[in-house]
Design a protein around this ligand. Structure first.
Ligand code: AKB
Length: 320
């Protein structure tokens, strides 16, 4: 079998996607690629890995050819908050990286590329409630601009060059394994660390900031389901909305408080991340994903909160 390459395998999603793909396709068939951040131990030990700088065109070209890659899950990305202060790296990774991966895929006969987008591909002019799949996309962040570029580029390679490119607009992802640190939705992960370590959390978004969110098992399921969907049923390609849950800091705070005795939350607004969050949807209309490839999430706020607390307590050595 041709190999599967997961770029960004040290990141929040890549570090869970690579093991999930190894279970499905055999450990030896899934190559985890990282660059500066070391790969987590389990990712390093459970199968092959390489160091790959996605911003280096020649390096991506030779890796995809030499490793005999048939499918690429391109997960490398500089997230929204960091991208605003580090534009050069964000441009290199998010824009040049996507181009390098798609070019290498065409050059070496790769069969499929999965390239995730984000709710950041929308902006302040987009309808915020139940945001349609097709609507105004005028993001006002560098990250969002790079995600719109990735969607258009993916659709271009699909239509003009016959490459099977698929992508979804992921909401904020909540997970206990790898902590995200560069995004706007990270508070919904950090709140659990605060709750377990010190029964308190200071949130950098206002209490009523509603954002679409998704628990990691649903995120992994959405990516794999889309990758495995029957091509003949897809009308969209690199730009599917995928919804799961939608909540505010005060709502997730209440869900945590109902489970962690004495939990308290206060607010100290970070103007940069608040402005980014205010430009994003409150919730997504994911009818296209449901109709074209059967998307259906499993976790709601309560079941996600239960599972997060259980697993994070074990990870942090609190015994559960
Ligand atoms: C971020 O906050 O930057 C990401 C995203 C929504 O794409 N989690």
């Amino acid at each position: 079998m041709k190999k599967i390459l997961v770029t960004g395998a040290a990141g929040q999603i890549g570090s869970e996607l690579a093991p999930a793909l190894r279970e499905r396709h055999g450990a030896e068939n899934v190559i985890a690629a990282g660059h500066r951040t070391p790969l987590p131990n389990d990712v390093q030990k459970s199968g092959p890995s390489v160091t790959l700088d996605v911003t280096d065109h020649a390096e991506v070209m030779s890796a995809v050819g030499d490793l005999g890659i048939g499918t690429i899950y391109h997960m490398s990305s500089i997230l929204s908050a960091l991208a605003e202060s580090n534009r050069q790296t964000a441009h290199a990774v998010n824009i040049n990286g996507a181009y390098n991966v798609l070019e290498a895929a065409v050059a070496h006969g790769v069969e499929q590329v999965i390239i995730p987008s984000s709710i950041a591909a929308f902006g302040p002019d987009t309808p915020q409630d139940s945001t349609p799949n097709e609507t105004i996309q005028r993001p006002n962040t560098l990250y969002g601009i790079s995600k719109v570029f990735g969607e258009h580029l993916g659709n271009y390679y699909q239509e003009k060059l016959g490459l099977d490119v698929r992508g979804l607009r992921l909401p904020g992802i909540i997970s206990w394994k790898t902590e995200p640190t560069a995004g706007t939705t990270d508070y919904a992960v950090a709140i659990f660390y605060g709750a377990i370590r010190e029964q308190r959390y200071t949130c950098y978004l206002s209490s009523d900031t509603r954002l679409p969110m998704m628990y990691m098992p649903d995120c992994i399921k959405s990516i794999i389901d889309l990758a495995e969907a029957d091509a003949s049923s897809l009308k969209h390609h690199a730009d599917f909305n995928v919804g799961a849950v939608s909540f505010t800091p005060s709502e997730i705070g209440a869900a945590v408080a109902a489970r962690v005795q004495g939990f308290e939350m206060d607010y100290e607004i970070d103007l940069l991340r608040q402005a980014i969050a205010d430009s994003w949807p409150n919730s997504l209309d994911d009818t296209a994903a449901r109709e074209e490839w059967g998307w259906s999430p499993s976790y709601d706020l309560d079941s996600m909160t239960d599972d997060m607390l259980e697993n994070l307590k074990i990870k942090l050595g609190d015994g559960g």
